[in-house]
Design a protein around this ligand. Structure first.
Ligand SMILES: Nc1ncnc2c1ncn2[C@@H]1O[C@H](COP(=O)(O)OP(=O)(O)OP(=O)(O)O)[C@@H](O)[C@H]1O
Ligand SMILES: [Mg+2]
Length: 360
């Protein structure tokens, strides 16, 4: 499905926006501070009930306004369109799909999977494992139906076990939590492996389309505890050490993926522009795998697509995005940096101080 109509009220400097969108390619241009990222942020808010810039909803609503809203009509081939909306008032979110209120913002993600590449996205290579786990789990969550409940069970058991460890008292129920943890840890590990096997093939495919690097990229998954060790056995034998630390030291909550080129961590080897293209390959592969498995597209957002890229790589990236079975939104400060000639179904918008109009 795709976003057909989009209305925004009071999101940052976007007071009132009403757009008819392309199901394929949408380009947003405008000067610094005009409202381009705010438009992507509004789409992201509607797709997963949170922002990629802040945890505070009150900072997103236009200053001196006490509410904000993002509304859209979702359309698809041979299906009835679905109205969807998110409002924030009196410090509360109200999310409605098809006129029915959703209990949790996280339920939105199942309707409208969204992939975003923004200023901070390179942290997936450069910063802590939590960003790589989040990347991996987005993919697994959207293609493996039961992953969310397994992951929730694991986290609940982990909290219980950690609470027992930190209390330094009675450990009589620890065996129960060890068993719960180990069952779910093994499932999480299996889901992640299964996903990565398919993902790595596509990642390599898009890397080769987007750039040339002199070397082999290796992608290694580490599950968070030794490959040789049974997790239940590990939990039992590491009890004393875990007790000293006050928490469960190993498990799928410590999993990581290492990306290397010729044995060197990828981000220490490639240039800034190459790193950006590799981030694009990573997320494009994820969106492509989602459409392959789920049989429907996601929404793909790239903020400041042209930053750090030369004209040739911008052109290649555009053509790769154009082939994706996905609705795409890209922003750029300068339209002349994009050659739109080959895009079949695109709409272009210009933002000026929070006012958005279509470029015809
Ligand atoms: N809560 C808010 N209320 C009103 N205006 C805000 C709020 N938060 C941010 N702004 C302003 O909204 C404007 C648009 O910001 P945005 O980040 O969308 O710009 P942009 O077009 O992406 O710029 P750039 O090209 O520099 O990335 C900025 O001038 C910013 O200061
Ligand atoms: Mg911006």
């Amino acid at each position: 499905m795709w976003l057909d109509r989009l209305n925004i009220r009071n999101v940052r400097n976007l007071a009132e926006v009403s757009l008819k969108l392309s199901p394929k390619f949408n380009i947003i241009s405008g000067a610094n501070g005009s409202g381009k990222t705010s438009l992507l942020e509004s789409i992201y808010l509607l797709s997963c009930g949170k922002s990629f810039r802040t945890h505070r909803f009150s900072n997103i609503a236009t200053q001196n306004e006490n509410w904000m809203g993002v509304y859209a009509k979702l359309s698809g081939n041979n299906v009835r369109s679905i109205p969807i909306g998110l409002e924030y008032r009196d410090r509360k979110n109200i999310i409605k799909v098809n006129g029915e209120r959703l209990k949790k913002a996280s339920e939105l993600a199942a309707f409208l999977p969204v992939v975003v590449i923004h200023q901070e996205s390179q942290r997936v290579f450069t910063q802590s494992p939590k960003y790589r786990r989040a990347f991996l789990d987005w993919g697994v969550f959207h293609v493996e139906q039961c992953f969310l409940s397994t992951w929730k069970h694991f986290n609940r058991s982990l909290k219980q076990r950690n609470a027992l460890l930190s209390r330094r008292g009675q450990l009589s129920s620890i065996d129960h939590w060890n068993i719960e943890l180990s069952e779910n840890a093994n499932l999480i590990d299996a889901h992640r492996r299964h996903y990565l096997d398919k993902f790595i093939l596509l990642f390599n495919h898009f890397v080769n389309k987007l750039l040339v690097i002199d070397g082999e990229i290796s992608v290694d998954y580490r599950r968070g505890w030794s490959e040789k060790e049974d997790y239940l056995n590990l939990l039992q034998t590491s009890l004393e050490k875990d007790r000293v630390m006050g928490y469960t030291q190993r498990g799928p909550h410590r999993a990581d993926i290492s990306f290397k080129i010729n044995g060197v961590p990828l981000h220490e080897y490639v240039s800034r522009g190459q790193q950006k293209l590799l981030v694009c390959a990573l997320y494009i592969a994820q969106a492509a795998l989602y459409s392959q498995i789920a049989g429907r597209g996601s929404i793909f957002l790239i903020d400041d697509l042209t930053a750090e890229l030369d004209a040739k790589h911008v052109e290649t990236l555009l053509s790769v995005l154009d082939e994706l079975d996905t609705q795409v939104f890209v922003t750029t400060p300068d339209l002349t940096l994009l050659d739109r000639a080959d895009l079949l179904e695109s709409r272009t918008f210009h933002v000026e101080r929070g006012v958005i109009s279509e470029v015809l």
